[in-house]
Design a binder for this molecule. Sequence first.
Ligand code: PNS
Length: 159
Amino acid sequence: MRKAICPGSFDPVTNGHVDIIERSCKLFDRVTVLVLQNPDKNCVFTAEERVELLRVALRHIPNVDVDCFDGLLAEYARNVGACALVKGLRAVTDFEYEFQMALTNKKLNNELETLFMNTDETFMYLSSSVVRQVARLGGDISGFVPANVHDAILKKLKG
Ligand code: PNS
């Protein structure tokens, strides 16, 4: 059983994330989408809300589960026996940050490989922060996120 983790802050999950997760699920027997804390980000959605949004957005995929954790990713991976992390890469600007995290995680857990998956060209421009900004300014985000996330963002902004 080959297990992988798709880690991130997912604030919120976008169509670009869903694409990376769907493709990861074709390569591994089991994929856990893991909501983690990024110390550099103040999230709009709570970890529980982000998990619930992911669960609904991914319910068409049979071999995926969603979890959250507030410790070290490398430790979580060791505890669940995952052999790989899959991260989506949009452009070279993502690379330096992702490479640093990959090397750190490898130092912390030598059994853990990080695989970089290129983002589909359709989603090159897309990020959670773009989605939040467009939504805040009243733009249409229906092509950027799953339907349940679209509704949740509008509700959050009204609240
Ligand atoms: O989607 P993001 O915000 O780019 O994901 C970054 C994330 C959450 C994967 C990263 O911050 C993380 O792994 N946080 C958990 C804490 C940890 O393990 N830190 C050491 C890795 S450098």
